[in-house]
Design a protein around this ligand. Structure first.
Ligand SMILES: OCc1cccc(Br)n1
Length: 453
């Protein structure tokens, strides 16, 4: 029983001979709302981006992991009013289970760590590139899925882990040609808000929801969330004190407010000092207004942004030392970031930094001049492939003109033509399409020919 999405009129494919003639209905060939198809051209860009991410992760000694795109909804039913949990792509499956397409990867990672019950040697340095989902009313025409590079360190409580993650993010930016003129990373610690709220007598259990609301201040004016803040028990004077502190963007100023002994100030100073150790201080900006929108962050938080201020956040992350406990696990320090595949591509396009891709990466097109020579073309193609070449074998009779046009269109470097004359001499004619030269090569010596290209 294929699920019939109301928007997709399924083609009548079943045997309709016994039924009255059904009007042919045209299938909707668009992908589901908010999702994308990746044709080969788009797939080459996506593969390139993922290769850059994987290369940086490998350079930092991170191991790749994965988890099902489908998870129990219970992983995400946090009650802190986060956007990510309010837009769950959730449903009840045929086994009556409440499930959801993952909106983020960190809860799956926590579940996987929990499953090993302390049997994993810490620290963990794991990365993944999951497709994540949200069901957002398409009012704003935003996407419902994206791929998000996740990098996480579990088992290290110190800011050394946060700084290592920041360094990895900067290494990626540099790798794709961006500089600290193009991108900055705002850093802060949620301990700043924590110390302010404590000073104002707000209980710890309101901390996460307050941060989620404060994060919304980036997008909506204060009075849009005033009601929610008051519902949380934060009266106007508390909110004014809080928002006053959030406008601070220097460590000295925050130290003035919280005092030199403040753990939050110490943490931020240490983080910035470690960033100097990596030589990435030009990328880093302290900004007390950054809290990020996920409830489970507990300490350092950070957010990469384009300095022109045109695009949405490029990436974000932070420390989440209490997440495992909320899942019933042992207290385990953790920090990580998520880096989406959409904004970064917009930025690279804007900076003209997107690479151009070899159309297909095919080295040689192989084709037989007539059907009697088709089997010979299989031998030629197999020898070239065995020697490591990427070969596009022409599978049906074609005119030479068509084959040459095809080979040029796909960006092949050579065209190997099996013709009767050459074949009688045990040879194949190979055209170099870039140099417009042609040579005859012994079929028995093709491996050697490849080694010389
Ligand atoms: O960045 C939040 C998010 C989560 C899932 C899918 C998409 Br698109 N965006």
């Amino acid at each position: 029983n294929a699920v019939q999405d109301k928007d997709v009129l399924a083609k009548t494919s079943a045997d309709t001979s016994s039924q009255p003639k059904q009007p042919k209905v045209k299938m909707d060939t668009n992908p589901p709302k908010g999702t994308r198809d990746f044709y080969p051209e788009e797939m080459r860009l996506r593969t390139w981006l993922f290769d850059q991410w994987r290369s940086v992760a490998a350079g930092y000694g991170f191991s790749e992991y994965d988890a099902p795109v489908l998870e129990s909804e219970a992983l995400y039913t946090r009650k802190a009013g986060e956007e990510v949990t309010q837009q769950l792509y959730n449903f009840v499956d045929k086994g009556d289970r409440a499930v959801a397409l993952r909106p983020e990867m960190t809860p799956s990672l926590a579940r996987m760590v929990m499953a090993k019950k302390g049997g994993l040697p810490l620290p963990l340095k794991w990365f993944s590139i999951p497709q994540c989902w949200r069901y957002e009313r398409m009012t704003r025409g935003r996407r419902r899925e994206h791929f998000q590079w996740n990098m996480d360190v579990w088992g290290v409580a110190g800011e050394e882990a946060d700084a290592e993650l920041l360094s990895a993010m900067v290494t990626f930016f540099k790798k794709v040609g961006l500089t600290s003129e193009d991108v900055g990373i705002k850093v802060n610690s949620r301990m700043v808000i924590g110390e302010i709220l404590t000073e104002l007598g707000i209980p710890e259990e309101k901390f996460a929801a307050t941060c989620v609301l404060v994060d919304k201040l980036e997008k909506v004016p204060l009075d849009a969330i005033q009601g929610d803040l008051e519902e949380l028990g934060l009266d106007r004077s508390v909110v004014e004190r809080l928002t006053g502190v959030l406008t601070v963007n220097s460590v000295e100023a925050i130290q003035e407010i919280l005092g030199e002994e403040s753990p939050a100030v110490q943490q931020i100073k240490k983080l910035i000092s470690l960033c100097e150790g990596y030589g990435i201080e030009d990328w880093i900006i302290f900004d007390a207004s950054v809290v990020r929108g996920l409830a489970y962050y507990t300490g350092v938080v950070f957010e990469a942004f384009d300095r022109k201020g045109v695009l949405r956040a490029i990436a974000g992350g932070g420390r989440y030392d209490k997440l495992l406990e909320t899942f019933g696990g042992d207290p385990t320090p953790a920090a990580g970031f998520g880096f989406g595949d959409a904004v970064i591509v917009e930025l690279l396009k804007d900076r003209d930094l997107l690479p151009s891709f070899e159309a297909s990466g095919v080295d040689t097109v192989v084709f037989a001049m007539n059907e009697d020579l088709y089997k010979a073309s299989l031998d030629v193609a197999s020898k070239l492939r065995a020697a490591g070449q990427k070969v596009d074998l022409i599978l049906e009779p074609k005119k030479t003109k068509w084959v040459m046009k095809h080979a040029n269109r796909i960006g092949a470097k050579y065209c190997a033509i099996i013709g009767s004359q050459e074949f009688e001499n045990g040879e194949v004619a190979i055209k170099n399409l870039e140099a417009s030269e042609q040579e005859s090569v012994k079929i028995a010596e093709l491996e050697e020919w490849v080694s010389k290209q």
